[in-house]
Design a binder for this molecule. Structure first.
Ligand code: ZN
Length: 87
């Protein structure tokens, strides 16, 4: 696990940011459907804990219809993945 070059260490969709005390976490993705207009959208599971609203009509009348937790598929998204920083 040593990192002589000071590069971030990768493991279980988390990357420790050297010397910062922070961890970069790649989020699971959740697909929601708006029950008002029937449109679908994807947000991170982490962000969904703060409440979910439709980005099209702003309604909170939404329902989770699918979740992507496959680390290989999330990894394949590369820089398109959704992430957050934890202390
Ligand atoms: Zn909507």
């Amino acid at each position: 696990m040593g990192s002589a070059a000071g590069l971030p260490e990768r493991g279980d969709m988390m990357i420790k940011i050297p010397r910062s005390g922070y961890t970069y976490v790649i989020d699971n993705l959740v697909k929601y459907m708006c029950l008002e207009d029937g449109k679908e959208f994807i947000i991170s599971e982490h962000d969904s804990k703060n409440g979910v609203h439709c980005p099209f009509c702003q309604s909170h009348n939404t329902e989770a219809i699918s979740i992507l937790e496959d680390n290989d598929l999330l990894d394949a998204l590369g820089c398109m993945c959704i992430s957050h920083i934890e202390e």
